[in-house]
Design a protein around this ligand. Structure first.
Ligand code: AMP
Length: 583
């Protein structure tokens, strides 16, 4: 495939698929149900070999991960009968778990691998038309997690690990002229910080060949260059003498790096001069890597809060958001790379899954009542098909794929921005679950983000920034109140932080929240400032649980049941303020 990769052909293929989206969807469902008709799950619901959308929707219920967990657990434990799919599931993905609190198992399959490659190829073809790259390398901040065998002997790893370690990935990257600078030993190294250090080192060694700086989620790029600020002199020293710092201890990583690292005092001088010449690290990326054409990674949704810092490091370089998907399966490709990340939308590939959408406007009441993870108990909302969605409307997304998920509620809310031929382009809005709710107040991740953005403007006047943030509903006081945790880039004076705290409180404009605050049915919002490095500790915690950094998303709300993370947060509070915004 790598020899015959022709972006024009890929575009042509997507044009045909998207023009014929309705038929392709029906066909895709038919294929999925034919291949998996013998699965006990489908038989249980009486589908009886039928493959048309109407029978499918009438028989099979909408489900969340919780509903499928007993089936998945049996597969994980070694049940090889056809539970969810016709042919046995041999690989399991461990989702990042940062959106749900705990990692969850989902089936992985060759078809998922292939659809991942299709998404990569498709967005690349459109991207390369606007931002062509030649033969070169990509500085990719990607990290494999440990792969292990489940009790039943299935291979398990995070979805990104399953993808990165497969041969189709390498072939596709090569075909896209974006082979990773770093050797596999670095990507799959057992110590995340050592891998990050070596990624930076590899990028610097191949500095003039690097054309793209990327990661799965943009957070990893910001995190990498924040780390660069701390370790750049050590990197220079390694390059000068051609010898890796003794802080990198993993033997396989040391061996792999020793093959790349040669004494290069000129390069060390060059990096030193560049770094000394920068003002507050503005434009660091193009300064280090002058041939980079763009920065690439998922930049929407919970990645938006990192865009400001990313722009700072990127200087004038374009930021291009990568595609939209999940461990459970891919959804859409970014085929309008020129749009800024804030406006990025993803065109759905109609042949990778069968998609349905729950219109949120009509289902507002049921959505509010149904904040539980299980959907069996509630009245089933009505869905519309891929080609029936309307521009401007918001939907919860549902999919049925080749890997044993049927009418699966991913938990994401999307907005249709326009159609590309007959397939919609979706903007990611937020996770469906409410984040902060005490009584009649309802605030989502997006509401929290907007409130933090508003208050961060006050900090910006002091030349300070919010490094990262999360929240918690504290019901241990009467009445309960919202707690916002902030890690800040430096020391802010008390008056500014008090103002930030009031601003956070005032910026939750949800009517339920404001009215509850006015009558003190919700207590004053509390801002807790954290020690520098607290969010690193949280990353370490998730990595320790088996999550891969590549898929890490800071949990934006930490519940009391997420005891360890809450403990890390509470143990690292250095200052705390209560809002006086409501008197
Ligand atoms: P994971 O648990 O790592 O599989 O993460 C999947 C989730 O990440 C999705 O359900 C979304 O909530 C989020 N996500 C993935 N891609 C994007 C994107 N392009 N924009 C915003 N959020 C995304």
């Amino acid at each position: 495939m790598e020899k015959t990769f022709d972006p024009r052909e890929v575009i042509e293929e997507f044009e045909l698929l998207s023009k014929d989206a309705e038929r392709v969807q029906t066909e895709t469902l038919r294929k999925i149900l034919e291949e998996n008709g013998g699965a006990k799950y489908l038989q249980k619901w009486g589908l009886d070999g039928r493959t048309d959308p109407e029978s499918f929707k009438a028989c099979i219920p909408l489900v969340s991960h919780n509903d499928l967990e007993p089936y998945i657990q049996r597969i994980v434990d070694g049940d090889t009968s056809s539970l969810l799919t016709g042919k046995p599931i041999t690989t399991i993905s461990l989702s990042s778990g940062t959106t749900q609190g705990k990692p969850k198992f989902v089936p992985f399959s060759d078809e998922l691998m292939e659809s991942t490659m299709q998404i990569y190829r498709t967005s690349f073809a459109y991207r390369n038309r606007e931002f062509p790259i030649r033969n070169g390398k990509a500085l990719q901040f990607i990290y494999g997690s440990k792969q292990f065998k489940t009790k039943g002997g299935l291979a398990a790893g995070t979805a990104t690990t399953n993808v990165f370690s497969g041969s189709p990935y390498k072939k596709t990257m090569k075909a896209m002229q974006s082979s990773c600078c770093s050797p596999d030993e670095v990507i799959f190294g057992s110590d995340f910080y050592q891998s990050l250090y070596c990624h930076l080192l590899c990028g610097l060694i191949f500095w003039d060949q690097v054309q793209v700086v990327s990661s799965t989620f943009a957070h990893s790029i910001v995190h990498a260059f924040r780390t660069f600020e701390q370790v750049w002199e050590e990197l220079c020293a390694d390059i000068r003498v051609g010898c890796l710092t003794s802080r990198v201890t993993v033997p396989s990583v040391r061996t792999a790096m020793s093959k790349l690292l040669k004494p290069n005092p000129e390069l060390a001088d060059r990096i030193y001069e560049k770094c000394m010449g920068l003002s507050n690290w503005y434009g660091l990326i193009p300064e280090l890597f002058p041939n980079v054409k763009y920065i690439y990674g998922i930049m929407t949704g919970s990645m938006e809060p990192y865009l400001k810092k990313l722009r700072h490091y990127a200087g004038e370089l374009p930021l291009l958001s990568a595609d939209y998907g999940s461990s459970e399966g891919w959804i859409g490709a970014n085929i309008n790379p020129k749009l800024p990340p804030e406006a990025a939308a993803y065109a759905v590939l109609p042949n990778i899954a069968y998609f349905e959408f729950i219109p949120l406007r009509e289902n507002v009441m049921s959505q509010i009542q149904d904040n539980s993870e299980s959907t069996f108990s509630s009245m089933e909302p009505k869905t519309v098909g891929l080609t029936e969605v309307k521009v401007g409307e918001e939907y919860e997304i549902i999919f049925t794929n080749f890997a044993g998920l049927y009418r699966y509620r991913l938990g994401d809310v999307v907005k249709v921005t326009r159609f590309h031929n007959a397939t919609p382009e979706l903007q990611f809005v937020c996770r469906r679950n409410l984040l902060l709710s005490i009584n009649i107040d309802k605030n989502t991740e997006k509401d929290l983000q907007l409130s933090v953005e508003a208050a961060a403007k006050l900090l910006a006047q002091e030349k300070l920034e919010v490094v990262d943030f999360t929240s918690h509903v504290d019901l241990s006081t009467e009445p309960g109140h919202y707690v916002i945790f902030w890690e800040i880039s430096g020391e802010a004076i008390e008056d500014v932080l008090k103002e930030c705290c009031n601003c956070l409180d005032r910026s939750f404009v949800d009517a339920g929240y404001m009215s509850s605050r006015k009558v003190n049915a919700i207590g004053a919002l509390e801002l807790r400032v954290l020690k520098r490095g607290t969010f690193h500790k949280i990353i370490d915690h998730y990595v320790g649980l088996g999550s891969a950094l590549s898929q890490f998303k800071t949990p934006r709300c930490v519940g009391t049941n997420n005891r360890e993370v809450l403990q890390i947060l509470c143990n690292n509070v250095v200052q705390c303020y209560f809002s006086t915004a409501f008197g």
